[in-house]
Design a protein around this ligand. Structure first.
Ligand SMILES: [Ca+2]
Length: 478
């Protein structure tokens, strides 16, 4: 009997060792890198000829790069609350700058699911909303959700107060205004190195955490705040974009605003920001320098992953919370539902999978169920996104025929199909409608919503949008 027991115990021990070893091998880490206010059009892997982003390009070349990924809200608060909670903004009602915890109760956020499954779940800097630059200057937690993390780290930085040569471009036509804080177009060519700034500190902390936690499964969120305004970067990132006069403004057409409903004129424009052509060109150069600086920080984090020997055991995601206008239609910044603002860069690299470019429509909301399923975790039933992991094996796979995004600040809704972009303002469309044929008019210059021959398409998409919104609101929340 004793011998029998010994054999049984030994067999159990061996089985446990094998099973646990196999489980550990399957427990891939997750490295989630999110930039702030980054338009895909500013990245060289998405075709930009001026702004070179070699580190993000390298990630794209070794992963799947999505060309039609859309955010669910076109500014920080709702977009981040949505992708982390798994709910669309109109499901939770988080349309502003709050975390979604009061609305979701005990339901798990994306990182919390991993934390609850024995992962080390940490964030460095901005994952849920944080005010930039104010919250970054203060080094505070912003609209964070403490239950999402095992540990969290902020990265205070000087932002617009950084020493160097600064200029306020916005609402400063006479050039008399000093460099200011807030949500303002300011460019600072900063003295000193990367480590002076929030993103330099974020990269350093992320590298440290990867080395420290290399022997346990982790979900690490790394939030860079550039290229969000103020455009602040060390001087060394500026030479490719100077003199600023060489920066090319986007193609513009006469009377472009004539067919855009009032609500569709973006909240920041060349006109209301009083930016002349010199300032517009400098805004583009300053934005690009911030992107190049952020790209260099991505490179440091990727190098630390390689140094830790974790490249073959870590899913890497790179994205932004929404896009950005750099002068298209004389629009600047975010909020708009045009492609430059509602689309996001998205790269997903899963060990063992072939690099690819995927043109299928995807949403940031899809990250939570996709990454959870890739890591073998049960996806909570509340999650409203789709599992797109099949696209990582075959980029021709499609799981949705439209992406859905909102701009609550303008009561705007976007339904983006492969061909059509349908935008309406107010739920009854009384604030106006825009319809673009993105095959014929990829830069969205001609609003077809009033054209007789397109009334069937308008009606179809209006009904489809109403059905989508009803589906979003039909959920398990009280
Ligand atoms: Ca943002």
């Amino acid at each position: 009997m004793t011998n029998y027991l010994r054999i049984v115990l030994a067999t159990c021990g061996l089985w446990c060792a094998l099973a646990c070893g196999a489980a550990a091998a399957e427990r891939m880490n997750v490295l989630f890198i999110i930039s702030d206010d980054l338009t895909a059009t500013a990245l060289s892997c998405y075709g930009n000829q001026v702004c070179q982003t070699p580190h993000i390009d390298a990630l794209a070349a070794s992963g799947t790069r999505f060309t039609r990924a859309y955010c669910q809200g076109t500014y920080c608060g709702p977009s981040r609350a949505s992708l982390m909670s798994g709910y669309y903004p109109h499901a939770t009602g988080v349309l502003g700058y709050k975390n979604p915890r009061p609305q979701i109760g005990d339901r798990q956020t994306w990182s919390q699911l991993f934390k609850d499954n024995q992962y080390y779940a940490a964030r460095v800097s901005k994952i849920f909303h944080m005010g930039v630059p104010g919250g970054i200057e203060a080094g505070t937690d912003g609209a964070d959700d403490p239950r999402s993390w095992s540990e969290r780290f902020n990265s205070p930085g000087p932002e617009w107060k950084a020493a160097g040569d600064g200029e306020t471009l916005e609402n400063n036509p006479r050039g008399t205004k000093p460099v200011v804080g807030g949500n303002t177009f300011v460019v600072v060519e900063a003295d000193g190195g990367d480590e002076v700034h929030s993103d330099g500190k974020t990269a350093a902390k992320a590298c440290e955490l990867i080395a420290e936690h290399r022997d346990e499964p982790f979900w690490l969120g790394v939030g860079f705040v550039r290229p969000h305004v103020p455009f602040v970067a060390p001087r060394s990132y500026y030479p490719p974009f100077k003199p600023y006069a060489q920066m090319q403004l986007p193609e513009r057409v006469e009377n472009d605003w004539d067919d855009i409903p009032t609500a569709g004129i973006n909240y920041k424009t060349s006109k209301n920001m009083k930016m002349d052509l010199r300032r517009q060109r400098k805004a583009i150069g300053g934005y690009y320098a911030s992107v190049a600086f952020m790209d260099a920080q991505v490179g440091k984090v990727m190098a630390s992953l390689k140094d830790a020997g974790l490249e073959d055991n870590t899913i890497v995601i790179f994205t932004s919370d929404h896009g950005y206008h750099l002068g298209e239609h004389d629009f600047w910044a975010k909020v708009s539902l045009r492609d430059e603002s509602a689309a996001v860069p998205l790269i997903i690299r899963v060990p063992g999978k072939q690099p690819a470019v995927c043109d299928s429509l995807v949403e940031l909301l899809d990250l939570y169920p996709t990454v959870a399923s890739l890591c073998g975790l049960d996806v909570p039933s509340h999650v409203q996104g789709e599992d797109i992991s099949a696209m990582l094996d075959d980029p021709t796979v499609s799981v949705r025929d439209a992406a859905f995004s909102v701009a609550p600040m303008r009561k705007g809704f976007l339904l983006r199909e492969q061909r059509w972009a349908y935008i309406q303002y107010k739920e009854d469309a009384s604030g106006g409608i825009e319809l673009f044929d993105c095959d014929a008019d990829p830069k969205q210059f001609t609003n077809l919503a009033d054209k007789t021959e397109h009334q069937d398409t308008v009606k179809r998409l209006q009904a489809k949008l109403a059905a989508k919104l009803a589906q979003v609101r039909n959920n398990d929340l009280p």
